[in-house]
Design a protein around this ligand. Sequence first.
Ligand code: UDX
Length: 429
Amino acid sequence: MNICVIGAGYVGLTTAAVLAELGHEVNCIDKDKQKIEMLNNSEVPIYEPGLKEFIDKNYNHLTFTDSLDDYIKRASVVFICVGTPSSEDGSTDLSYIDSVIDELSSRINSYKTIVTKSTVPPGTNEWIYNQLLEKGVSPELFNIVSNPEFLREGSAIHDMFHADKIVVGLRSGDHRSLAVIQEVYTGINAPYVITSLNGAEMMKYAANAFLATKISFMNEIARICEAFQVDVNDVAKGIGLDPRIGPHFLQAGLGYGGSCFPKDVKSLERTALSKNIQPHILQAVQTVNETQIDIYLEKLKTLFPDFTHLKIAVLGIAFKPNTDDTRYSPAERFIRCLSQFDCEIHTYDPQAKLQNPLPANVIQKDSITSAIRDADCVIIATDWNEFKQLDWPEVRQLMKGTIIFDTRNCLDRNKIEQYGLHYVGVGRG
Ligand code: UDX
């Protein structure tokens, strides 16, 4: 099949690479000329394990361009994968989608299946359909499908090939698009969930909001565990054995971040409010997440009543491991809050960097060793594997102090303490 993917961000690039690997002729389009130039020079603008290998491998039928003109006419399927960021009031900013509709409307000359992968609030795909009609596109020449993506950064390629489901939202009476989507995904073995356009949009928001709820719930449980000297990791392990609860997304810590959860929970809250529905749970989920950093700062203050002259090493800047993404990163927020105190902060992350302006007392280091040398305290702010597997005797030698503050509940306390270090967490007994 000849497929156009509009948008070369996380979702667009991964989709383009996977569709090319499935054997399709794929053209990935983005307005950002610099990004396209990089991609054409075999450079991938984001860090995502495996992505570059897949792009390189499929170069002969995967092209990158900054203009729709050459390719859209040949394509039978068009994937919309542009960003849908938050507006100031928390609702979803659809301006990128709007400009894609504009550009598409003047170029649809033969039948196209238009597939929205971008996360959009309920009602958006119906609106896209109507917009295209209003702009003069004949209803004989297109249909629209909502096909939200559930991939996680850091394992995006794996998640697309091993999807637990393929959600397909269709307009009522659309008898053609399902077969098109099934042809597109031939080679991916996953159950199809077929629903309406609004149903598919809602599924994406409900999934992200539910996962965010699990995290905030465990963060609240961790606060209660702290008061009773209980290890929240034990609680997570115990309750996770119940198949009705499941073991995933029960890790308490600094809170959730990234380009999806914070924006999507907020957007669903706004969507509910716009229909006069009080989103009590969604609001509580966000309150816990926003105050999680304060809990950790308070704990740090009980360890060091005076921060003056302290040297603190913070390991981790990205919002989670295996990515260089710092969007809504709790680790970055923590570093910036900490920098308001009179102390010196040395940070290190294997992939991510703090963006300017950098506070004067924050120094980015290029190795773990240089970050932790002479530190009074080492804080693990992102659960990268290499932080979990540190050589603790060496850490003990390099540090001035002995406190290891684990804000991700990812370290083995016993292992650390046998080398004379002191493990501190929240809700860890
Ligand atoms: C998420 C969804 O998982 C994915 O399905 C959707 O398509 C996009 O949003 P992603 O943002 O890549 O993916 O990250 P994810 O692995 O879900 O983690 C989100 C945040 O929650 C991270 O900050 C992570 O550190 C945090 N988290 C996750 C926890 O604090 N505890 C957990 O148990 C799990």
